[in-house]
Design a protein around this ligand. Sequence first.
Ligand SMILES: Cc1ncc(COP(=O)(O)O)c(C=O)c1O
Length: 427
Amino acid sequence: MTPPYFSAMARRAHEPPISWLMRLKLERPDLISLAAGFTDDETLPVRHVRALVNRLLARATAGRAALQYGTTAGLPALRSLLLDRLRQQDEASYEKLTVDDVVITNGSQQLLYLITEVLCDPGDVVLVEDPTYFVYLSILQARGVRTATFASPADLSAKLDALQKRGWLPRLKLVYLVTYFRNPTGHTWSWPMKEEAWRILRRYERAAGHPIFVLEDAAYRDLRFDGEDVPSFLKLDPGNRRVLYTNTLTKPFATGLKVGYGILPAPVRRAVLRAKGNHDFGTANFLQAILARALEDGVYQNHLQRLAQTYRRKCHTLAAALGEQFPHEIPEGGLYIWTQTPNSEPTGFRSRLFQRALRAGVLYVPGELCYAEDPSRPVPRHFLRLSFGAPTLAQIREGVRRLQAALRSSEPSETGRRGQPVAVAPK
Ligand SMILES: Cc1ncc(COP(=O)(O)O)c(C=O)c1O
């Protein structure tokens, strides 16, 4: 319990479940984690980063610049390279965008936090997909922001109407979307879906009385292993007024470098930079300099091709192991497969299945964590998010075998043998 003299925010903030899952894995190395969104260890670019660092430090002037403080917005060379890359990916000239519109942060997670901090007061509303990235839900919960959910663009109008009836529309600040290989479902927003959602949102702005921003979280965009890329929402917003685009270099290159970035409309960018100034007045210059060189030399882009092969293989291995027992779709990228139990058996931390899985030595993310609070629908309890990022192929197969064993032993005939929970999960 956080003592009552702590701030309201500290009292609202629970330990994010992801921290508990990550700690558990560290405490029990025997566990196979199909839970955390860690990336593949073998492909981490050790040799490339060594060469980049050596080159960076080979000349004293460049070395000193990289070892000095930078600016709050980030290294201009990196921001410029990221803007070029976006122009290529979206096949758009984005003439109105400049390096000034790009902000570098400590992972995209920091940017998600800063954006929410500068736009939302307690009691404001954020509309999220159902289900969504559960760590973002922790930010909203800690900051006292209310949530509403929608399942697809077809559902969006009805949801906005409902918000209008409840008088919540003037408090609706943004719509948060994970548009590429969504964490947790693996779904990607097609271009027609983006166009439809964009049209609908614009219709409700007058009633809201202020812009309704689209917070497009593209964290997995560079982790595509099949199919064609889709342009970002920025292409629908040539004046750069409504789209807050966030992306990261962590998952596609090295999570340990923890550098993310965003492209933000000027008023939001200025507010985010003021807040970031208070948080840390700039992301580590040295890390940015490494990544700028990786992009400049094509090391980053080449690395993505290697990753695509690795993750395609891992994804298909997981899908094959899950078979028909755990129904699922195969994503075209990202790190996750979303599945459900046969017979709708609950999967939550305190469920029989989770506790037995833990005993059997396998971890997963209970799907219920990915559903925001929304009294207009019950929270489905029988989904699981499985990650194929970190485990090896053998661990993926063994992890699913353990999950199947846990499922068998938690079936109703076993009810009488239900044991004590073996680990206390966060609330
Ligand atoms: C959807 C999504 N957005 C953002 C992040 C944050 O990643 P990072 O801070 O490493 O850029 C993650 C990490 O798992 C994620 O899954």
